[in-house]
Design a protein around this ligand. Structure first.
Ligand SMILES: [Fe+2]
Ligand SMILES: [Fe+2]
Length: 475
């Protein structure tokens, strides 16, 4: 059951060969996917052979194999976690009923929307990252970038499979549209804001994979609870791959900090100008990048009060993070949750029905998880004897969605005047000058074992290979 059939054109563990119509439809979509990859996938990488992991099983012990492959020959496919024939819906109004193997008519529109919105983020991030290979700080990092890119491509496959299998003609049209929208395109942008932002440099890439791929983790975790069993099973397997993406972000920023701290200690300075002159990224710039990526990412959870969120939960489409581990009634009627609002220039909490606040619940779970990693980044500074600490900004800072949208707020959570915001914005969010400086450091370093001067080498290589392993063969 958990073994993947690689003898077919589309690797899969869903017995695709038994459903000829579906198989043909997906084989029809496949060349369009490859065209999309060639057009807007990693730039200039066509002939590279990359040391990639490929899923060979959905067994958590030993699901992947590693080897050098050209990315366009990567075996993208359809992998679902094993099913449980007796699985029951464990939250919402259908609690206790059997999980659905197909889409109930009354939930069709909402489920399609959920799947399309998730699916849209996957190719978007590949598009956002497509130029980064040209400025990789090392061959090791280049390989990690490409690994993430091919896996986001596979996540697109995961959603496209559901659309084709369960949503008929609408699903096929949506699957095409996923290859037509483009990150940052004025006329046909990606669905969610953060996925239309640029990822201009590797500091942004590491922040993106730390924060924004973590949004992916929380959204996928909520969908892994779904009453629609195929969605639950496919998102569970996607989470296995997602862990590496967040690792790249967390370890990437740790290595940047480690290098910065070393320069600060060598020069006995905390003057950002001197740190920059020595070719490292100063801590205030790292903090501003963090503020930006954090605030843009927490917007992805949506409005703090949302009747859609309530509907999605009550009808069993989308659960909470770790729904099964929670000890409440899993129905949530009559319960309340605290959300923020600004009244008379003051930030206040108010109680609202929990069902309507489930976006906020998921956002708060994300915030907790994010802060833990920031704490680990601070350990790098602490160990190096640097007193500065990175701080996660207040959740009302720089928000564009929900009740807090447009409110001028300092990172430490004070409502500020328009004048103070304008005067201090350059302390709080990356400036054009910051971007220009970070861009000036982005030279390509790809000799095995060599690293750009602004980032420390990793502690170990990929799949127990040495750090100076030839992770990418340039042909
Ligand atoms: Fe993904
Ligand atoms: Fe990801």
């Amino acid at each position: 059951m958990s073994t993947i059939n690689y003898s077919e054109k589309i690797p899969n563990n869903v017995n695709l060969g038994e459903d000829r119509t579906l198989q043909r439809a997906l084989e029809g979509w496949q060349p369009n996917f490859i065209n999309w990859w060639d057009d807007v996938g990693p730039e200039g990488s066509t002939n590279h052979e990359v040391y990639l992991r490929t899923a060979v099983s959905v067994d958590p012990n030993g699901w992947a194999q590693f080897g050098h492959v050209k990315m366009r020959d990567y075996r993208w496919g359809i992998f679902l976690n094993p099913g449980d024939a007796n699985r029951e819906i464990h939250f919402g109004d259908h609690k206790g009923e059997k999980a659905w193997q197909d889409v109930p008519g009354e939930h069709r529109a909402n489920l399609r929307r959920i799947i399309v919105t998730q699916g849209d983020t996957e190719p978007a991030s590949v598009e956002q990252q497509r130029h980064l290979g040209l400025t990789a700080p090392s061959m090791y990092d280049l390989r990690n970038l490409f690994q993430i890119n091919v896996e986001e491509g596979r996540h697109l496959w995961a959603m496209v499979y559901l659309l084709h299998k369960h949503f008929g003609r609408d699903g096929r049209e949506e699957a095409e549209a996923l290859l037509q929208r483009q990150s940052g395109d004025e006329n046909n942008p990606r669905i969610l804001g953060a996925f239309n932002e640029k990822t201009p440099d590797w500091l942004a890439f590491f922040m993106f994979t730390y924060f924004t791929d973590r949004d992916g983790k929380f959204q996928l975790s909520a969908l892994a609870e779904s009453a629609f069993d195929p969605l639950a099973r496919t998102t569970k397997f996607m989470l296995t791959e997602e862990a590496h993406h967040m690792f790249v972000g967390e370890s990437g920023i740790s290595r940047v900090l480690s290098r910065t701290a070393q320069v600060m200690n060598d020069l006995k300075t905390d003057d950002p100008a001197k740190v920059r002159a020595a070719g490292a990224i100063d801590l205030p710039t790292i903090q501003r990048y963090l503020n930006f990526h954090y605030s843009v990412t927490i917007d992805l959870f949506g409005a703090d009060q949302s009747s859609n969120a309530a509907t999605f939960y009550s009808s069993g489409l989308k659960g909470r993070y770790e729904e099964g581990k929670r000890t409440d009634d899993h129905v949530l009627k009559g319960q309340t949750y605290k959300v923020l609002e600004v009244r008379d220039g003051q930030l206040l909490e108010k109680d609202v029905p929990m069902l309507n606040a489930l976006n906020e619940v998921l956002r708060d779970d994300f915030i907790k998880d994010s802060m833990a990693g920031v704490g680990r980044w601070n350990k790098v500074l602490e160990k190096a004897g640097i007193p500065t600490r990175l701080v996660v900004p207040h959740k009302a800072f720089n928000r564009q969605i929900g009740a807090l949208a447009g409110i001028k707020m300092s990172p430490d959570g004070r409502v500020v005047s328009e004048a103070e915001w304008t005067a201090r914005k350059a302390e709080w969010l990356p400036t054009p000058e910051d971007f220009a400086f970070v861009a000036s450091l982005m030279g390509r370093v790809v000799d095995p074992g060599k690293f750009a001067g602004w980032i420390a080498p990793p502690v170990m290589g990929i799949n127990r290979q040495p750090v100076d392993f030839e992770y990418v063969r340039f042909n």
